[in-house]
Design a protein around this ligand. Structure first.
Ligand code: HEC
Length: 218
């Protein structure tokens, strides 16, 4: 329960409402799940993708999961200059965060994958990262795990044999499509006036005098 003092502090004035309305006219909050019609996000697919994401059996020796280099408890990165591969050697590039990555128009530092579905296929077979020798090798390994048998069927109920590498990619990608961290400004745009401090709201007011006239032709 809020105390009376807090209730007073959190009051929303007509001026606050007016500012929010102006901001909502100009901006839209980002989605909390990044949809892809070619890979619909379902709870079962996300559950499978999450398990795969944390599973070191997706690397040859069992040293690396996706989470080793994109640790979700440290904002989706490993905090190393370059990442440590399955065989103990280091790769040539720094691991970017997976948080909000699904929003990006391309993946990797050089944009060589179109989306998180395509991207997820890369590291598993990359000799420096997870070093799985082939798609078949991975699928045979996963097929032998009882938990996965049930979860692949549940995630792809319309497929008689869902054990395809592409379905690993889709499940991991569906999970990544839920790894979004909307900002305070997004929460504000959804109507939570106090998601922005009063100082930030004062700053926002200046948008219409200092910025908008220069970027929007009226
Ligand atoms: C050994 C460390 C390592 C492992 C394991 C690894 N990654 Fe990465 N990941 C990287 C590095 C390094 C890059 C950047 C490489 C590049 O740009 O060429 C990257 C890039 C990415 C990106 C692109 C993000 C962006 O902003 O462009 C995504 C998404 C991603 N990885 C997801 C995954 C997933 C999913 C897995 C598991 C299937 C995985 N990674 C396994 C190190 C790793």
């Amino acid at each position: 329960m809020q105390s009376n003092t807090e209730t007073v502090l959190l009051a929303v004035t007509p001026a606050d409402q007016e500012l929010l309305q102006k901001a909502q006219d100009l901006f839209k909050p980002v989605a909390t799940r990044v949809e892809n019609p070619a890979n619909p996000i379902t709870n079962k697919k996300v559950a499978l993708g999450k398990l795969l994401y944390y599973d070191t059996r997706l690397s040859k020796t069992g040293n690396n999961s996706c989470n080793s280099c994109h640790n979700l408890s440290t904002f989706g990165v490993d905090n190393l200059p370059t990442s440590k591969g399955d065989n103990g050697g280091f790769g040539g590039r720094n691991s970017p965060t997976v948080l909000n990555a699904a929003y990006h128009t391309t993946q990797f530092w050089d944009g060589r994958a179109a989306d998180v579905e395509e991207q997820a296929g890369g590291p598993i077979l990359n000799p420096v990262e997870m070093a799985i020798p082939s798609k078949e090798f991975l699928m045979d390994r996963l097929k032998g795990i009882t938990e996965y048998k049930d979860m692949f069927k549940a995630a792809y109920p319309e497929e008689s044999n869902p054990f395809f590498y592409e379905n690993v990619q889709k499940a991991i990608a569906a999970f990544e499509r839920t790894l979004t961290i909307p900002s305070s400004f997004d929460k504000y745009l959804k109507g939570d006036v106090h998601a922005l401090s009063s100082d930030a709201r004062t700053g926002l007011k200046h948008l219409w005098t200092l910025v908008v006239p220069h970027v929007i032709q009226v």
